[in-house]
Design a protein around this ligand. Structure first.
Ligand SMILES: Nc1ncnc2c1ncn2[C@@H]1O[C@H](COP(=O)(O)OP(=O)(O)OP(=O)(O)O)[C@@H](O)[C@H]1O
Length: 262
């Protein structure tokens, strides 16, 4: 790890680590939401984070995006960027995209127009016109449409999409900006079983091209994502309680005690 870290620019992934979190602590009015959280996510890794309500998952995501400032600890993106010293804007520009639980697409615009806005980078820019896109950009959006299963809905008003399709559109809006790290907060909440399955396929198809951190309570979805080999991290009281394969975490006595139940 370098001793001098930058506060803007692109992450350098020369050590195979996309995200490095060490001993992160956050308190709200004396209540400790994160109590020494440490974990790393590899470049191109798909990592699921689970844990009971109040475990600190959202607070952790808020620290990664600069929304919440930790009291102490370290967060590095790549080997060079010190996220604790970066503004929310610079963190987003460096390639960290976050999707919140509730979709926030522009309902009155078409699917394609939503993607155009995302590509423009500034979601307030309501005048991003199709004609202004370069051939490369149009190709990129076509690829995104295919990736998020919305090719046939391209000219549909976003407000008319199903809940699952709106979630995919929002993921597409993130992908339009080609983030290196995607943070996804309860992405399948409220989805039908079929939509959930397709979302798992989508995330698995993104593995390797992006690093993904998925916070989710739906254990069957987490099981599909984790398969036999990927790492799952279980948080409890603002710390890592257990980390390992799905099978290992699911059979961990402490995880059963505080989260999965008997
Ligand atoms: N702004 C805040 N002010 C005070 N307490 C907060 C604040 N944000 C979070 N907390 C508390 O910190 C703890 C961790 O909350 P957090 O939302 O990070 O948990 P979580 O793991 O995301 O839970 P859930 O699964 O319910 O979303 C909770 O006890 C919560 O009440």
């Amino acid at each position: 790890m370098l001793t001098q870290h930058a506060t803007s620019g692109e992450p350098i992934f020369n050590q195979g680590v996309a995200l490095y979190v060490e001993d992160l602590k956050v308190s709200f009015d004396g209540f400790q939401a994160l109590g020494g959280l440490s974990f790393t996510v590899g470049v191109g890794e798909l990592r699921c984070i689970i844990g009971p309500n109040g475990a600190g998952k959202t607070t952790m995501m808020d620290c990664l995006t600069g929304k919440t400032r930790p009291d102490s600890g370290r967060i590095y993106f790549g080997s060079n960027l010190d996220l604790r010293r970066m503004s929310e804007t610079n963190i987003a520009r460096s390639g960290i995209g976050r999707k919140f639980q509730k979709p926030t697409v522009f309902e009155a615009l078409t699917v394609y127009e939503n993607l155009e806005l995302a590509l423009a980078g500034d979601r307030r820019a309501r005048f991003a016109m199709r004609a202004r896109l370069s051939a490369d950009q149009r190709q990129r959006l076509d690829e995104v449409l295919a990736t998020v299963h919305l090719k046939d809905e391209r000219d549909r008003t976003a407000g008319l999409l199903s809940h699952g399709q709106k979630q995919w559109l929002e993921i597409g809006m993130l992908l339009a900006q080609d983030p290196k790290l995607l943070l996804l907060d309860e992405p399948v909440a409220g989805m039908t079983d079929e939509e959930t399955e397709r979302t798992a396929e989508l995330f698995l198809s993104l593995e390797g091209k992006h690093s993904l951190v998925v916070v989710e309570h739906d254990m069957s979805f987490v099981g599909t994502l984790a398969g036999q080999h990927r790492t799952v991290t279980c948080l409890h009281q603002g710390k890592v309680l257990a980390e390992g394969t799905m099978a290992a975490v699911q059979s961990d006595e402490q995880v059963i005690e505080v989260y999965l139940g008997r």
